[in-house]
Design a protein around this ligand. Structure first.
Ligand SMILES: Cc1cc2nc3c(=O)[nH]c(=O)nc-3n(C[C@H](O)[C@H](O)[C@H](O)COP(=O)(O)O)c2cc1C
Length: 363
């Protein structure tokens, strides 16, 4: 079974890597990721001037995560000492750089000897498409290394920026960065939890997955260059969805922070298990599958009904509690009242045992 792919001639095996952030912020953290099944290493974004990072700068929140880490706090001079050792870890090394065309022009000649590809973080570039294009052009003119362009979801028109990156010579698109700005407040003090003077941070983790997925799906229909999907991936399930949406590889940040680096082993195994269960020889067989499916789909108005497998149901009542149509009763197991059921499908996604299924009455 083949989990190998290549993006701009870089072999990724498996097609899963960390996303730019604290997971590869220095040699030791890079080493820790290299001891897992991750297929490449992506550094935290390096820029000419290191930021002062306000504290606290990370918080787990319901369904997601906030951070105000900006970019690498380690000066370029320190990176230049560490990169030769990180390079020897024997994984493709993607060096994330920010931000302006001038910064990039100065940074590339210094880091290029250690990089297999450069990822341009455009998060703090703003919404000005000419500055964006200029940065990609500048990067392309300074090196023959592949240039991956990472998009911020906060851009006014993502498809336009992605196409501009492709037309300016980008070799891949990384979609997407964290969302926001966003905030949460400490109940006792009334202060925002993020230490930034604005109190704001950036939202990542499972909460953003469905939007990141939709972005990858949409971009993949208009681009020729490969897309690396990132945003909210926490298990092999989301990786498979990203691939079905059109991504060729994926990156993970938040869930690899929360679950630890072993997540890369778990996800690689989960991907293999899925391919095995579905008799697929490689994951590229399902790449872009959803678009092909959706092209032929007819809108489904009323022809489905819901059925409960009483052998699997353990009467936990989760489906009953949340049924807004009051169509579920528990009589030893859950039972659907067909008169009241709206076939909304919510109970299917609530059931932890897979006991509730859709029956398509047209089939
Ligand atoms: C603590 C933290 C630090 C991050 N630092 C960077 C960074 O230096 N450069 C960058 O391009 N993205 C950075 N990101 C964004 C992630 O790379 C990623 O795009 C985003 O968090 C969505 O993916 P996730 O939900 O898997 O975390 C950071 C994210 C987090 C949570």
């Amino acid at each position: 079974m083949n989990l190998k792919t290549n993006i701009s001639k870089i072999i990724l095996n498996p097609p899963i890597m960390n996303a730019a952030g604290p997971l590869v912020r220095d040699y030791q953290s890079a080493y820790n990721i290299s001891q897992t099944k991750a297929g490449a290493l992506v550094t935290k974004t390096i820029s000419l001037k290191e930021p002062k990072i306000p504290k606290p700068c990370m918080a787990q929140i319901k369904g997601g995560f906030l951070n105000c880490e900006t970019w690498s706090e380690m000066p370029l001079s320190m990176w230049l000492k560490m990169l030769p050792r990180i390079k020897k870890l024997n994984l493709p090394l993607i060096i994330s750089l920010g931000y302006t065309a001038n910064d990039i022009a100065e940074l590339i000649p210094q880091i290029a000897p250690y990089a297999d590809a450069i990822e341009l973080s455009t998060h703090y570039l703003g919404n000005e498409i000419n500055a964006f294009k200029e940065t990609v052009f500048e990067a392309k003119s300074k090196t023959n290394l592949p240039i991956w362009v990472k998009l911020s979801p906060n851009l006014s028109n993502l498809a336009e920026f992605a196409l501009a990156a492709e037309n300016s010579g980008a070799d891949a698109i990384v979609a997407v960065n964290s969302f926001g700005p966003a905030m949460i407040i400490d109940l006792e003090s009334g202060f925002p939890i993020m230490g930034a003077s604005s109190g704001y941070g950036w939202l990542s983790g499972p909460a953003i997955f469905p939007i990141a997925l939709r972005i990858v799906f949409e971009l993949s229909q208009g681009l020729k260059i490969p897309i690396i999907g990132v945003g909210g991936i926490s298990s092999a399930h989301e990786v498979i969805q990203m691939i079905m949406a059109g991504a060729k590889a994926v990156q993970i940040c938040t869930s690899a922070i929360l679950q630890g680096p072993k997540i890369f082993d778990k996800i690689a195994q989960g991907l293999k298990d899925f391919l095995h269960r579905h008799n697929l020889s490689g994951y590229e067989e399902i790449q872009g599958l959803t678009y092909k499916k959706l092209k032929n789909k007819k809108i489904n108005y009323a022809e489905i009904s819901i059925k409960i497998n009483s052998n699997l149901c353990n009467a936990c009542e989760l489906c009953k509690v949340s049924c807004p149509y009051y169509a579920i009763e528990i009589k030893n197991t859950a039972k659907i009242n067909k008169e009241l059921c709206f076939s909304c499908g919510l109970c299917i996604t609530r059931c932890p045992r897979g006991a509730i299924k859709i029956i398509n009455n047209n089939k």
